[in-house]
Design a protein around this ligand. Structure first.
Ligand code: AKB
Length: 313
């Protein structure tokens, strides 16, 4: 097995995954890459500046570092995608196909590519959304993730590519801020509460969405990648769940720690996106096939994040 390459390593998930994988595999075994300069959090290991739309540059990096495994995390998320739909489609799709083609040509052995609850749409059953159901996404991000899932399954069946994927709920961390998502309010709210400021929510108080603490998301990702090939039956993408909550519920959890904390609701265009997504996800297939089990719920996550943020201030 050669080294691991993380594409989009300066992002919300990429940065934490880089640190976690380096601690497991060794600092020099995990090459971080991003279109931007390295953030300090991941700067203490190998780094390459990479625009993943540049196929030649990608192939050079694979060779230079003897890469056998790629985590391709670069994407335009739901809210940002709506502002430039064609660019979002192009980036999300072309980059995936560049990575899948490299695996087809046997230049890499294993790929991780994230999907999202955004593959579901207004026609999807909202509660305990099953693994296989009506999808019909109506954001460009959701459409690109659904198409990406089909491509992953196609490359696996047709060319034997070992590609694995998870449909992430909203991911909540505090080490780097996310950019351009609809679930991002649940990250921003921590920064406001800890700074002693009031919070303006762009989603209404009772908008329930599936969410997950970053530590669980990183663990799920690596468990999936380390699971034996024969246990991975789903080659599109696995449903993955941990908790569901509304803006009002997370606000109340934070108010227990910050009694003066205040919230105001000013829903914008992101409300329609959130309304098209499930309230909760059924991830029984992931549990059955490779043993997925979350460890954080809303209460334990809020306490953990506030503790960590206040220690680091
Ligand atoms: C977004 O809000 O766009 C993402 C997602 C759910 O995939 N966090």
């Amino acid at each position: 097995m050669g080294r691991t390459l993380i594409i989009g390593a300066c992002g919300q998930l990429g940065s934490e995954l880089t640190v976690y994988l380096r601690s497991r595999k060794g600092q020099d075994q995990v090459v971080a890459s991003d279109i931007s300069k390295p953030i300090p959090y991941i700067a203490d290991g190998p780094f390459e500046e990479l625009n993943i739309m540049d196929k030649d540059q990608f192939l050079k990096i694979l060779k230079k570092h003897d890469i056998s495994e790629v985590y391709h995390l670069a994407a335009i998320l739901s809210a940002k995608g709506e502002q430039n739909p064609l660019f979002a489609w192009q980036l999300n799709m072309d980059s995936l196909l560049i990575v899948l083609e490299a695996a087809k040509e046997k230049l890499i052995e294993k790929i991780y590519w994230p999907s999202s609850i955004a593959v579901f749409g207004p026609d999807t059953p909202k509660d305990q959304t099953p693994q296989n159901t009506i999808m019909n996404p109506d954001t460009v991000y959701g459409i690109s993730k659904q198409a990406g899932e089909r491509w992953c399954e196609y490359y696996h069946h047709k060319y034997g590519v070992d590609v694995r994927s998870l449909r992430y709920p909203g991911l909540i961390g505090y080490k780097t801020k996310p950019g351009g998502g609809t679930t991002d309010y649940a990250v921003d709210i921590f920064f406001k509460a800890v700074a002693g400021e009031n919070f303006q929510s762009f989603l209404s108080k009772d908008t329930e969405l599936p969410m997950m603490y970053m530590a669980d998301a990183v663990r799920a990702t690596v468990s999936l990648m380390e699971a034996p090939t024969e246990s991975i039956k789903v080659r599109s993408s696995y449903n993955l769940a941990a908790m569901s909550f509304t803006p009002e519920e997370i606000f109340h959890e934070l108010k227990k720690i910050y009694p003066d904390f205040k919230i105001e609701y000013t829903p914008d265009f992101r409300q329609k996106i959130a309304d098209s997504w499930p309230n909760s996800i059924n991830d029984n297939v992931a549990t059955r096939e490779w043993g997925w089990k979350p460890t954080f719920d809303l209460k334990t996550m809020v306490r953990e994040i506030v503790t960590q943020m206040t220690v680091e201030i």
